[in-house]
Design a protein around this ligand. Structure first.
Ligand SMILES: C[S@@+](CC[C@H](N)C(=O)[O-])C[C@H]1O[C@@H](n2cnc3c(N)ncnc32)[C@H](O)[C@@H]1O
Length: 321
């Protein structure tokens, strides 16, 4: 029986390490052992390619769909073959069936997490879909600031499916730039993702210059410091921003441990991988955990059409309770 992803250990072992408590005789064969140690095969060495049967593809799709909501329709067959093929090579396995057995027998859950990491798409960058951030700074935050009046100045934001952190840090920059006297506000941004690998990068908070392409340079200068002169240049998130963003591992398909309510939720370019019934369930749960008047942002290429929900649309891809 596999454990739910939310229950997987947070500590990750390097990709390619065997599940703890297992010694793999496979690791002992020479070229396999080379791969198991994470080394590249040498020139002249044969790199194995594996066939993915329809039955194996269906089995992997079902497992990933059940556990993470990720919908691997047929167009994703080559992606599955290529990305899991790398895992097979690293582990010295010879078929996808052997790999599935390995995942199921791995009581630590590490290889299951590696599999989901390999199959999810983590593309992100600073100020992606920046119309949302404009809308946040020009419409939504001014309304929330006015509503707070002389009362408690508290703001709770959730970036659900935050990938390597560019989204929650971008939101943080906009909050810092827009809130009058931000130090008087109690602001927290919860940033969650199913993938431990991207969360490790997010917590590190160091990014290459190219990731900032869509972010005004002056803002980058105020919230990021030079970490490495490069090339490529790399910038580190400053403490003021780092301390308002809290990263945690969370599978949206599992129970959510936090109580809420959240004033603002960003869940962009995540549900696109879920089927409609799953999207509907998640949207219902977002609605329940939003505060009255709370706002949900979804990705520009996503839509709630065909989904039963209680939100009202205030802007394309922006909804309010
Ligand atoms: C394409 S990235 C989007 C990042 C960011 N929201 C943006 O729009 O730039 C999608 C992220 O969703 C995460 N994800 C996929 N399925 C998930 C699930 N069931 N629970 C939580 N996160 C999930 C992936 O790990 C990935 O980091």
């Amino acid at each position: 029986m596999m454990r739910p992803v939310a229950a997987l250990p947070v500590r990750r072992v390097a990709r390619g390490d065997p599940p703890s408590g297992r010694t793999s005789s496979r690791a002992m064969t020479t070229d396999r052992g080379t791969r198991r140690l994470g080394m590249q095969p040498m020139a002249g060495m044969c790199v194995a390619h594996f066939e993915l049967s329809e039955k194996e593809f269906q089995r992997i799709s079902r497992m990933v769909g059940d556990l993470a909501g990720i919908n691997l329709h047929n167009g994703k067959r080559e992606l599955v073959k290529a990305r899991l093929g790398k895992r097979l090579r690293l582990l010295g396995l010879s078929s996808y069936t052997e790999y599935m057995k390995y995942v199921e027998e791995d009581a630590s859950g590490v290889e299951l997490a590696n599999m989901l990491d390999a199959l999810s798409t983590n593309l992100t960058y600073f100020f992606r879909e920046s119309q949302h951030l404009d809308h946040l700074s020009k419409d939504i935050l001014p309304q929330m600031i006015a509503a707070a009046g002389r009362g408690p100045k508290k703001l709770r934001v959730w970036s659900a499916g935050c990938s390597s952190g560019e989204e929650p840090y971008s939101i943080g920059v906009v909050l810092m730039e827009t809130l009058p006297d931000p130090s008087r506000w109690d602001v927290k941004i919860l940033a969650t993702d199913i993938s431990g690998q991207v969360l490790a990068k997010a917590r590190q908070g160091v990014y290459e210059e190219a990731r900032f392409r869509d972010m005004p340079a002056a803002m980058r200068g105020r919230y990021f410091e030079l970490a490495d002169a490069g090339p490529p240049k790399r910038f580190r998130v400053c403490d003021q921003l780092r301390k308002i963003v809290h990263f945690a591992r969370l599978n949206l398909m599992e129970p959510w441990p936090m109580q809420g309510p959240f004033d603002i939720i960003f869940c962009r370019n995540v549900m696109i991988y879920f089927d409609k019934p799953t999207q509907e369930r998640i949207i219902g749960r977002f609605t329940d955990i939003l505060s009255p008047g709370g706002v949900l942002f979804i990705g520009h290429s996503e839509s709630l059409s065909g989904i039963q929900h209680k939100l009202r649309q205030v802007y394309p891809t922006v909804y309010r309770t």
